[in-house]
Every structure is written in structure tokens, then in C-alpha cells.
Design a protein around this ligand. Structure first.
Ligand code: HPA
Length: 248
């Protein structure tokens, strides 16, 4: 049984602190996951790691096989997932470098395979998605952040866009009117699929840039990569504290 599964986002294709014991290639009824799953130990806990964009970071957000990824994690016996995601900041509290544990999500994606309940209407389950993230994991993450002295914003509304292009300034204005404080390209359908399979799922969002129209000038990949790199050090401390807390 896996104590925790981590889905790594941009800038987080490897969890170096994980002592990998084996890599498992899983074929799912929905096709191939982004990569083999790395099984290992981290702080004496069994942790599994899956890089969302592939081992060599080659799969763009709209091409990720979200169904295969979540199915594979369920298949290995994971019950809890922490998903790491780079995002843009919309709300004034979401400056580049901030780590946020969002509590809501709005889906602006389209054309993605977004459900396991596809064919037989008698099998369709309308999952409750009022609170899209696992409050249990969110609270554990917040506790871990406190213990590790990693400053985090306890909340946020993640607007999931289609990508791979970034947004226009007006799209960001509209998203802000909708209530979004963060914008990213991978939160959906990943979050909903985890709920469909009954997994506890929460997100650690690393703000990599001000969203379109909120900073000075165009958004550069250099800026995004710089903030992700620094944010990831904090994410590691956070995950370390979280893993230490699990099972207590
Ligand atoms: N928009 C969407 N996705 C992102 C952004 C952004 O500004 N930054 C990092 N991922």
C-alpha cells in the first residue's frame, strides 16, 4: 500500500529525495500514463511519484492522459494524492513565489477526456464535487507547512485553462470576476477524475508568474522557470513534513 502519491508538475519531473526501489510500467484501460510510476521510500513512508508531463517533460497540458494517470495511481493502491502544479497569480496575495493550497476550482478546459463514466448511462455516477479538494489532505498540508515553516496561502480558486498558450489580459479579468485567484492548465480534469475514483486529492500550487496583464510586460519562460525552481525547494520541505505526519 502506498502512503502517498505525488503528481509532479512543471519543474518537478523527479523527486530526488525519494529513494526509488522500483519503477512500474502500468497499462490502463484508458491508455498509457505519462510515465512509469516510481515507488520508493521517503521519510520511511511508501511514496509513489508520477511526473504529469512525462519523465523528460514532453507532454503538454492538453495532451496529458489524465484518466490513465489517475487510474494508474488507484491501481497501485494509492488513496491520497498531492498534485503539484505551477500556476499564474491573479489575486493580489498570489505573487510569484507564493505557494497556495487552493480550495476551489473552475473548469475552463475543453475537449479533454474528463470522466470515467462515458458509455453506459446506467453506470453514470454524478459525483458530488461541491468541495473539489480533499479537506483532510488540505488540512494536513497546512499543518505540515506550519511545522516546516513554509509560508503558504491557505486557499485560492484555481481556474483551469486549456493552454498551451497563456491567457489574454481580458480572459484573466473575466476569470477574476468569476472568482479565480490562480490560473493553471492541469487542474482539470485531474481533480474530478480523482474524485470519480474515490481518491483523496489536494493541490500544491506554486505561483510562477503574475497572470497575463497583471505584471510588467509579457510573461517570459525565464521568469516562470526561475520562480518554479525556487518554489520547488519549499515544496520539498512541505512534502517532507507532510510525509512525516502521515499515519499519525
Ligand atoms: N497561466 C496558465 N498556466 C500557467 C501560468 C499562467 O499564467 N503560469 C504557469 N502555468
Amino acid at each position: 500500500m502506498t502512503d502517498l502519491a505525488i503528481i509532479g508538475g512543471s519543474g518537478f519531473s523527479r523527486l530526488e529525495e525519494l529513494e526509488i526501489t522500483r519503477r512500474e510500467v502500468i497499462h490502463t484501460p484508458y491508455g498509457e500514463p505519462s510515465a512509469p510510476i516510481s515507488h520508493g521510500t521517503f521519510k520511511e513512508r511508501k511514496v509513489a511519484f508520477l511526473p504529469r508531463h512525462g519523465t523528460a517533460h514532453t507532454i503538454p497540458p492538453h495532451k496529458v492522459n489524465y484518466r490513465a494517470n489517475i487510474w494508474a495511481l488507484k491501481h497501485i493502491g494509492a488513496r491520497r494524492i498531492v498534485a503539484i502544479a505551477a500556476v499564474g497569480g491573479i489575486g493580489p496575495e498570489m505573487a510569484p513565489g507564493v505557494i497556495a493550497i487552493p480550495e476551489q476550482i473552475i473548469d475552463y478546459t475543453h475537449g479533454r477526456d474528463h470522466t470515467y463514466f462515458e458509455h453506459d448511462l446506467s453506470q453514470v455516477t454524478h459525483i458530488d464535487f461541491t468541495h473539489p479538494y480533499s479537506e483532510k489532505i488540505r488540512q494536513r498540508l497546512l499543518k505540515a507547512a506550519k511545522a516546516a515553516k513554509v509560508p503558504v496561502v491557505a486557499g485560492g480558486v484555481y481556474g483551469a485553462t486549456q493552454g498551451p498558450r497563456l491567457e489574454t489580459a481580458m480572459e484573466i479579468n473575466r476569470m477574476e470576476r468569476d472568482g479565480c485567484t490562480l490560473v493553471g492548465m492541469t487542474g482539470m480534469p485531474e481533480t474530478a477524475l480523482a474524485r470519480e475514483l474515490g481518491l483523496d486529492y489536494a493541490c500544491c500550487a506554486v505561483v510562477a508568474n503574475w497572470a497575463a496583464g497583471r505584471g510588467d510586460g509579457p510573461i517570459s519562460m525565464k521568469e516562470i522557470e526561475g520562480h518554479i525552481g525556487r518554489g520547488m525547494e519549499q515544496i520539498i520541505s512541505l512534502i517532507e513534513a507532510l510525509v512525516g505526519e502521515l499515519g499519525r
